[in-house]
Design a protein around this ligand. Structure first.
Ligand SMILES: [Zn+2]
Length: 847
């Protein structure tokens, strides 16, 4: 194979396959030295591995560092290597056939992007916190390694550092030696797992302990957030999920301890490092939260726990099979929760999550669940609604199709057969076929290896239910669907459940007999299927009149979900959605439905799917309604939080803004609702963006009151939202030039930059976006680039001209943008797709 030093930080699938054929039985022994107030740290790493000579000139060892001090191979100084920016290249014919021992001494810099070895300074108490985050390809920012999932290894870590810090790793400490203010901890050698699952978290963390049977459980967060933490809650969720998963998998928790650490400036929700899960601090609830927010947090806790089996114990061979990690974690977390007592309605919330899948699957950038991943950049782009949410939906369909017993037995067998190994799609399919007696390969062809979503419609005709299936857009595929449907009879103005049946839809049509008095039918009850369900005008009229009378909240939820899909497909007017939403919001007893399916959707419609004329009509109407609802003194705090959200986002006229101002100063108040720190910041941001005369006063006052890191970030958001051209230019410069600020800090500013009501002021930033964006995606890390491409996209500019600009930009950069960085191309194609969807909806309103 010809050889060249990489010019970007990337690993191709081809190179990874070659390497895993040559390298095996890897073992790392790592020693790190950390100091207070330092920008860098020292490392010493011994890499032991078996090598099989395979005719390559150089063996790549991934490694990003500031300076290498010494390299030895089998005890002798090694000279025969090349040092690139992203790897060392060891001369193949100098390596021993068999065992090799490489030792590297180095100095590296901390990262501030949230990935690699991230360091954070807490402005509130001046403490320092560090954590690692490596998926998919960042372990080599901490130590030299073969950074790919199928060269699994064990790790033995020693850390030297200040004794006032806590050190958390994948295993428990084995020896600890304290000398003065310094401590040396050597952790137990780990089990065998992939490099991206290694973890080290450091800092003066607050700690809580508990046990689940023999397994020690730990929870950690930084000192300044200790007062907000609710460890009993999190331990209760942890113990319940652990018990459910161990029983369902018929395989005990595979590691020695289970720590959950809430770390600052985390890029995702959480990361499933073996025995040391890291979470975003957004899951530390500083204020009263909705039930659905508690459920989502519990879901993330359970999701990461599922990964201890799916992902950590058994790992995909390469990132094309990311779904073997994520689809299972995404589905089984909701499923396990639904078996417990804390969040028994979890599967209803899986339905909300599935909107992510439907949306992603209707973009031109969609891909099969069983994806391709040429390299680690494409691997990163696969962390999307398909690998997670569509995969989860399709697994639920598979479980319903083959039956839970076969599904569960196959999973147990999968762990026993492949523990500590790597797997591919074929391994999964053969075990499912074996245990169910059904040919899962044919099932996989329709569901895992294709793209797109089907639509079902139904009508009642001569006492029978007639179902029609539409092919998925672009590829016109028809699939086999196993669903339940529920029929309702009319009793006065109420709909009463009459019958529920299972049906297999195989082809374009299907039908089933109905009880004679069934008058209304909901398809896909209990949401076993991955499909859109559309309703006729007649059925919609019935729903508008009587939906709230259906007793089962899950069934009501499904209808709301369908209305949203129909609205997005231009088959139901957004203004009609708002009217029906407001009418039924008054009668909806389930606050999760009220929030996720009615109010959240109305807010989205107001911001995205209305013409300026309709927005001007609806904003004040909705603001008045929210105001009236908030005046009801018998509302629960949760209900008040939901209506307050609508009040805030529809406030634009001066008296509406004055009222918000009064809420911050205390001149106004709302029954059962605390205007907490978060709400104060949100109000101030809105007042600033709208140019309220008192905004500056409130802002300087709030900055004095809140000196936390979150306070500083929110202050940057308010600053970026100021309706002032100099301020916008300054913020833009910060976003486009290299900055010593963390990605997380900058992200808050980006979120405050664009506003509908600042259209004129922001007009120049349409072209500025296109001028800057390629450089950002080329030079900055994927998280920063993603935030820039998403949050600084001028989303308010919903015109054919904007669509034209995106398409021209793509065309100027190869064939449909194929010369652009892959993640940017994906982002822009999706933004163009959004406009293609929105523009006809706006056009229709102008009618
Ligand atoms: Zn996951």
């Amino acid at each position: 194979m010809t050889y060249s030093i990489d010019t970007e930080n990337i690993l191709t699938r081809e190179a990874a396959e070659t390497r895993s054929n040559l390298v095996s039985n890897a073992r790392y022994t790592l020693e790190l030295t950390l100091k207070e107030h330092a920008t860098e740290y020292q490392g010493h790493c011994i890499v032991e591995f078996d090598y099989r000579r395979g005719g390559i000139e150089y063996l790549k060892l991934d490694f990003i560092t500031k300076q290498i001090h010494a390299v030895t191979l089998d005890g002798k100084p090694a000279k025969e290597y090349l040092n690139g920016d992203f790897a060392l290249y060891l001369k193949g014919d100098h390596l021993t056939e068999g065992r090799n021992t490489l030792e590297i001494t180095y100095t590296s810099l901390f990262d501030n992007t949230g990935s690699g070895f991230h360091k954070f300074h807490d402005p509130e108490d001046s403490e320092e916190y560090m954590h690692t985050d490596f998926e998919p390809y960042d372990a080599h920012r901490l130590f030299p390694c073969f950074d790919q999932p199928d060269i699994k290894a064990s790790y033995r870590l020693t850390v030297n550092g200040p004794s006032k810090w806590t050190y958390i790793h994948n295993t428990l400490p084995e020896h600890t030696r304290t000398k003065g203010d310094e401590i040396t901890i050597t952790f137990k050698r780990t089990a065998v797992f992939s490099t991206y699952l290694f973890a080290l978290v450091v800092g003066p963390y607050a700690r809580w302990e508990d046990r689940y049977n023999r397994i020690p459980l730990g929870i950690y967060c930084r000192k300044s957030l200790e007062k907000y933490m609710d460890p009993e809650n999190i331990f209760a969720i942890t113990r319940e999920s652990m018990a459910t998963l161990e029983a369902y998998f018929d395989y005990p928790y595979p590691y020695d301890k289970y720590d959950q650490v809430f770390v600052p400036e985390f890029n995702f929700g959480a990361m499933e490092n073996v025995g040391c899960v890291t979470f975003t601090e957004h899951y530390i609830f500083r204020h009263k939260k909705l039930y659905s927010e508690h459920l989502n947090r519990a879901n993330t806790i359970t999701h990461e726990m599922v990964h201890m089996w799916f992902g950590d114990l058994v790992t995909m061979k390469w990132w094309n099979d990311l779904w073997l990690n994520e689809s299972f974690a995404d589905y089984l977390s909701y499923f396990a929760m639904s078996k417990g007592t804390l969040f028994g309605d979890a599967l209803e919330h899986l339905y909300v999550r599935k909107e992510w899948a439907y949306q992603q699957d209707q973009y031109a950038t969609t891909h099969p669940i069983a994806a391709s991943a040429r390299d680690t950049i494409e691997a990163f782009s696969n962390f999307d609604g398909i690998s997670y949410s569509k995969g989860a939906s399709v697994l639920r369909q598979l479980q319903y199709y083959i039956g839970d017993e076969a599904f569960r037995t196959a999973i147990g067998q999968y762990f026993k057969r492949f523990a500590e190994q790597n797997t591919t799609l074929e391994d999964f399919l053969s075990i499912m076929s074996e245990k169910s007696g059904i040919d899962i390969v044919a099932w996989s062809r329709q569901w895992l290896q294709t793209t797109g979503v089907n639509t079902l419609m139904s009508r009642i005709e001569n006492g029978r239910l007639r179902i029609e299936q539409q092919g998925s857009a672009d590829n016109n595929l028809i699939r086999q669907h196993a669903i339940e449907f529920t029929g309702y009879r009319q009793s006065g103005s109420a709909l009463v459940e009459n019958e529920t049946q299972k049906i297999i839809i195989d082809g374009k049509t299907a039908d089933a007999p109905l009880k004679p008095d069934t008058a209304f039918v909901i398809l896909n009850t209990h949401d076993h299927d991955y499909v859109k369900v559309f309703y006729s005008r007649t059925a919609l009229a019935t729903a508008r009149k009587s939906l709230h009378t259906i007793e089962d909240p899950f069934a009501r939820r499904l209808v709301w979900g369908s209305l949203w899909q129909m609205m997005r497909d231009n088959a139901f007017a957004p203004t009609e959605f708002i009217e029906m939403g407001i009418e039924l919001a008054m009668k909806e007893k389930d606050l999760s439905i009220l929030n996720s399916h009615i109010i959240a959707k109305i807010k989205a419609i107001v911001s995205v799917y209305l013409t300026d004329e309709n927005r001007a009509i609806w904003m004040p109407k909705l603001n008045t309604i929210a105001h009236e609802r908030l005046a009801k003194t018998d509302n629960s705090e949760e209900e008040q939080i939901i209506w307050f959200g609508l009040l805030l986002e529809t406030a634009l006229l001066s008296d509406e803004l004055d009222y918000l101002h009064g809420l911050v100063t205390g001149a106004e108040s709302i029954a059962s609702l605390e205007i907490d720190k978060e709400k104060r910041w949100n109000i101030i941001t809105r007042l600033m963006a709208c140019g309220h005369s008192e905004a500056e006063n409130l802002f300087s006052n709030e900055k004095e009151l809140d000196k936390s890191d979150l306070g500083l970030k929110k202050a940057f958001m308010v600053q970026a939202s100021r309706p002032d051209s100099t301020e916008k230019a300054t913020s833009w410069q910060v976003f486009t030039e290299q900055s010593s600020r963390s990605t997380d800090f900058l992200r808050y500013g980006m979120k405050g930059f664009h506003w509908h009501m600042q259209k004129d002021l922001l007009a120049p930033y349409v072209d500025s976006f296109f001028e800057a964006v390629e450089k950002i995606y080329t030079e900055r890390d994927v998280h920063y680039a993603g935030a820039f491409g998403h949050d600084l996209f001028p989303h308010w500019h919903q015109t054919p001209d904007m669509l034209n600009k995106i398409e021209t930009f793509l065309d100027e950069n190869g064939k449909n943008g194929d010369r652009l960085p892959a993640l940017l191309r994906k982002q822009l194609i999706e933004q163009a797709d959004d406009l293609k969807r929105i523009l006809p909806i706006l056009e229709k309103q102008r009618g």
